[in-house]
Design a protein around this ligand. Structure first.
Ligand code: ADP
Ligand code: MG
Length: 263
């Protein structure tokens, strides 16, 4: 992979949190490149800096020192509006606790980012994203009417609906049983393989990380190892409804792209 093809380029970043007189060195000098279309997992003990790194990659926070280029753009030079624009349009976030609005249907939860972006065809695009994660028969369910795995699939649909180039997920399977975790990995692999979405996610579980080609191990704010997985595990079950072509193939991509062009 050439340097130029890298979507995420991190050069010698540090992150120091200051709390009164105390300094916490969360990242102690880290360089990292992730190419377009990669599926990468990040592992490491609690406190090793995983969430701090994800927040920086997601433009939610800035490093104390060092440089971060996203798609060739120096993120440090962007103002708040430009950062918000990148977070809305280019990055989809998935969290351990799903972060869905409680009294709101699956469809409305997925429509939210489109409302912020002022997109047309909201209903149609949200329904397409929910179909892509196998929830086309749960559009009008509220989070408490869905299983944990289904709630996380709604969150993935919400992350997906703006056609982001990157999905960032911080311990997305942390609150799920192993079966639901495998379903989430099946979806990540599909999105990565069929739509070419770059996906970076944090996990504690070696079985989950084994689904990716690359595992980055953090320790004490540094990269301890950057491991290539020879034979990534393929999550067996396809959880989405409908056939591969109409769900992950052209029609979803067309629908999502059409909405983009209409803006
Ligand atoms: P991980 O996600 O790997 O558990 P974090 O990135 O959350 O690690 O935290 C790395 C270190 O930075 C820890 O020592 C943590 O206590 C500290 N830290 C994280 N966020 C903050 C913050 N907002 N203020 C102060 N210290 C923080
Ligand atoms: Mg964390």
């Amino acid at each position: 992979m050439t340097e130029r093809a890298s979507l995420i380029q991190i050069q010698d970043i540090t992150k120091v949190y200051r709390m009164g007189d105390i300094e916490v060195h969360a990242l102690r000098g880290m360089s990292l490149q992730v190419g377009k279309g990669e599926l990468v997992s990040i592992m490491g003990p609690s406190g090793s800096g995983k969430t701090t790194l994800m927040n920086i990659i997601g433009c939610l926070d800035q490093p104390t020192a060092g440089a971060y280029f996203l798609g060739g753009t120096d993120v440090a030079r962007l103002d708040d509006d430009q950062l918000a624009e990148i977070r809305n349009r280019q990055i989809g976030f998935v969290f351990q606790n799903f972060n869905l609005l409680a009294r709101t249907t699956a469809l409305e939860n997925v429509e939210l980012p489109l409302i912020y972006a002022g997109t047309s065809d909201r209903r149609q695009r949200a329904a397409a994203a929910l179909k892509a994660v196998g929830l086309e028969d749960r559009l009008h369910h509220r989070p408490n009417e869905l299983s944990g795995g289904q709630q996380q699939r709604v969150a993935i649909a919400r992350a997906l609906v703006n056609s982001p180039s990157i999905i960032l997920a911080d311990e997305p399977t942390g609150n799920l049983d192993s079966r639901a975790g495998a379903e989430i990995m099946a979806i990540f692999q599909e999105l990565n393989q069929e739509l070419g979405v770059t996906i970076v996610f944090v996990t504690h579980e070696p079985d989950i990380a084994a689904h990716t080609r690359r595992i980055i191990h953090l320790r004490d704010g540094r990269i301890a190892a950057d491991e290539e997985v020879a034979n990534p595990r393929q999550a067996g079950e396809h959880v989405y409804v409908g056939d591969r072509q109409t769900v992950f193939g052209k029609s979803l991509q067309e629908l999502l792209t059409k909405g983009n062009n209409a803006r």
